[in-house]
Design a protein around this ligand. Structure first.
Ligand code: ATP
Ligand code: RIB
Length: 309
């Protein structure tokens, strides 16, 4: 099996269950509060481990004990954490997450120590990139470092997966040219391309815009509608599995981790997307970020029980 390297953020998630997400100027009462391991990078690395991948994680945490709790969770999923940077300059990243009755959320991230997952740190650990086959990154840590790691990995023939979340105003074409798979959700695709997302044609036009600008292949995640795949020769829609929704936090992270694991196992991209839809549909039916990520056995059983899609 191929080796996966995930680079990205580590956060402690402060999860507030609310009746409805507060409007501007509004105060609402929370129905429950939980402190849980999160961060887009950590969630994706954890998902890779839980789904059976061989995975190493590069990230930065504070010397405050909070990051250590997340790393303990990583190790329970057999994620290699030996290169994690610890800094006393700032505290471990935090995210305040409001989850409403329908399972939708809004998130504010305090990056903290994630700012130390920078270019210098990543280039000091370029041997970890040398040792991997697949690099999976998001943009919740300084983007200059991520873009350098992507360039370094691409030059060495690694498969690069970029999940553009949170989404910057733009991503330079020369970065897209180093990316094999870019995996925006609809909001991110809209921000990156300006295309309309209220019809399949608009989504397709957005994906084609990213292809023209240099991305190798595009997978757009569509929430309850599943995912759309687009490359130079075809566009295909993969419907989501119908599940009761508890909390959509880390749906995208689970999806990206699952894509990386499936590619590491040598699956084709269509099979990888079906697997990722199944893994992330299980994640939305549970609460929290890492707490919602299913095991490989659970995903295999789910797909088996439902007889494929
Ligand atoms: P998040 O930011 O909430 O982690 P995201 O916006 O990055 O997620 P989405 O497109 O919302 O990503 O979801 C990723 C995948 O999760 C989808 O492609 C789909 O497979 C699955 N998914 C999301 N919402 C649902 C749902 N309501 N029912 C079934 N599957 C879902
Ligand atoms: O994608 C979900 C994650 O986004 C949460 O775990 C939170 O930490 C934010 O980074």
């Amino acid at each position: 099996m191929k080796k996966i390297l995930v680079i990205g953020s580590t956060n402690t998630d402060f999860v507030l269950k609310v009746g409805a997400i507060p409007q501007v100027g509004e105060t609402v009462m929370s129905r429950s509060f939980q402190q849980l391991p999160g961060g887009k990078g950590a969630n994706q690395a954890y998902a890779c481990g839980m789904l059976g991948g061989r995975v190493t994680f590069l990230s930065a945490i504070g010397e405050d004990g909070l990051g250590g709790v997340v790393m303990e969770n990583m190790r329970r999923a057999h994620v290699e954490t030996r290169y994690i940077r610890t800094t006393n300059e700032d505290s471990t990243g935090m995210a305040v997450i409001c989850v409403d009755e329908t399972g939708n959320n809004s998130i504010v991230v305090v990056p903290g120590a994630n700012l130390y997952c920078d270019c210098g740190y990543l280039m000091d650990h370029r041997d970890a990139i040398d040792m991997c086959d697949i690099l999976l990154v998001q943009l919740e840590v300084p983007v200059e470092g991520i873009f350098s790691a992507v360039e370094y990995a691409h030059k060495r023939g690694k498969t690069v997966i970029l999940n553009p979340a949170p989404c910057p105003d733009s991503i330079p074409d020369d970065v897209l040219q180093n990316v094999d798979y870019i995996t925006p959700n609809e909001t991110e695709l809209q921000k990156l391309t300006g295309c309309r997302m209220d019809c399949p044609e608009g989504v397709r036009e957005g994906a084609e815009t990213l292809l023209r600008r240099g991305a190798g292949q595009v997978i757009v995640t569509l929430g309850s509608k599943g995912a759309m795949f687009c490359n130079d020769s075809k566009t295909e829609h993969f419907p989501a599995w119908q599940v009761p929704v508890a909390d959509t936090t880390a749906a995208g992270d689970t999806f990206n981790g699952a894509i990386a694991v499936a590619l590491a196992e040598g699956k084709g991209i269509e099979e990888a997307i079906r697997f990722a839809n199944a893994a992330s549909s299980l994640a939305v039916s549970r609460k929290g970020a890492q707490t919602s990520v299913p095991s490989r056995a659970e995903v295999d059983k789910f797909m088996n029980d439902r007889g494929g899609i």
